[in-house]
Design a protein. Structure first.
Length: 147
């Protein structure tokens, strides 16, 4: 019976190692395209989800950290994304997001699948926030910031 438990433990360890290698390989593949930063996402009063944001020519893609798919979980059009405010995370948020993050409230106004005026919060490092602001400012006419 001890031998069966050892094989079971070995199988679980192999699965965990393969999962970790898969997550690392996916992250490497996503970062190869450039313009990728660590970014937390929260919709409404929901929980924070950790992930990666990738700047594309006209859209901001958000990928969950622990998904397998190479497709973005969320897509935010540059023209429909307006930064409303920024703040430091609360102590509880900082514990889940990590140190040095800034929370940015964004209003979505793309008129598509999302309702006008819906909001999301992004948690970014200070340098990543600078990159997001630059990406938005470099956008086509009509893009604007409220702060």
């Amino acid at each position: 019976m001890a031998l069966d438990a050892a094989w079971l433990l070995a199988a679980v360890l192999v699965i965990l190692i393969l999962a970790a290698v898969g997550i690392a390989a996916r992250r490497f593949a996503l970062e190869r395209g450039g313009g990728t930063v660590e970014c937390g996402l929260r919709k409404g009063d929901g929980p924070w989800r950790l992930g990666l944001a990738s700047y594309q020519s006209e859209e901001l893609y958000w990928f969950s950290m622990f998904r397998v798919s190479m497709r973005p979980e969320e897509t935010f059009p540059r023209r429909g994304l307006t930064l409303v405010s920024r703040r430091l995370p609360s102590d509880a948020e900082a514990a889940s997001l990590g140190p040095g993050m800034i929370v940015v409230e964004c209003q979505l106004g793309d008129g598509g699948a999302r309702e006008q005026g819906s909001t999301v919060e992004l948690a970014l490092a200070d340098s990543a926030l600078t990159g997001l602001l630059s990406w938005l400012e470099a956008g086509p006419p009509g893009s604007h910031l409220l702060f």
